[in-house]
Design a protein around this ligand. Structure first.
Ligand code: 13P
Length: 251
């Protein structure tokens, strides 16, 4: 059985003090809700404060990116070893905003994924089609290609530490959500691609989240679908009541 993972992606929101206040607010609200893993991925400078506030709770704190080189002349980048040393367990890789605004490609996503896995971290690997691709009827081809390229040379053993977040780009921050049927169908197509690479057992065991305007109002329907194993949540992860409602939907 796959376990739900409900993860917030704070993006470029929350200073350290704001994150501390938020975690202190939400901690009692999600206490004891153990039918899912709860993760917030935070900006680098906010991670330590969020972790400190989350200590002793069922909330885990992750990062939003990681560089693929171990160290050296890569101004502005942060390595997997640096994140591990401060106790970071989860890292988002390949978010569409990074692909769109920061030149991230399937090749760099694959390199970052391998570096994070080699450092013993859990990767939340984001992929998904843009609107034109959905309208052209090639969503399945796109997500299957991304799955294969982004996971090139990742072993079946390492797949235990990979969560895939299916995020249709047209649904991110737009208020447009994929219907539960669309989310289920595309998560299923990603699972098919995983089966082609790794076989049915790995494909069935891999957690596949949906992301894209998931909120307190639509989470229950989305999470009820057999191929949707959790959510990667942007806007609604900044509001304690909304995020808690999503956690509740996963109970
Ligand atoms: P929204 O929930 O704000 O649409 O963002 C989704 C997302 O990009 C999560 O990574």
């Amino acid at each position: 059985m796959r376990r739900y993972v409900i993860a917030g992606n704070w993006k470029m929101n929350f200073t350290p003090s704001q994150a501390t206040a938020f975690i202190n607010e939400i901690k009692p609200m999600v206490a004891g809700k153990d039918n899912c893993d709860i993760v917030f991925c935070a900006p680098y400078v906010t991670i330590a404060a969020a972790m400190e506030a989350a200590k002793g709770s069922n909330i885990k704190i992750g990062a939003e990116n990681v560089h693929f080189e171990q160290k050296g002349a890569f101004t502005g980048e942060v390595s997997a070893e640096m994140l591990r040393e401060i106790g970071v367990e989860y890292v988002i890789i390949g978010h569409s905003e990074r692909r769109q605004y920061f030149g991230e490609t399937d090749e760099t996503v694959n390199k970052r994924t391998k570096a994070a896995l080699a450092a013993g971290m859990k990767v939340i690997l984001c992929l998904g089609e843009v609107k034109e691709q959905r309208l052209a009827g090639i969503t399945k081809e796109i997500v299957s290609m991304q799955t294969k390229l982004d996971l090139a040379d990742v072993s079946a053993e390492d797949m235990k530490n990979v969560i895939i977040a299916y995020e249709p780009v047209w649904a991110i921050g737009t208020g447009l959500t994929a219907t539960p049927e669309q989310a289920d169908e595309t998560c299923g197509q990603i699972r098919e691609a995983l089966a082609e690479i790794y076989g049915a057992e790995v494909a069935e065991a891999t957690i596949i989240q949906y992301g894209g305007s998931m909120n307190d109002a639509n989470a229950a329907e989305l999470l009820a679908k057999p191929n949707v194993d959790g959510g990667l949540i942007g806007g609604a992860s900044l509001v304690a009541k909304k995020f808690t409602a999503i956690v509740d939907a996963a109970q």
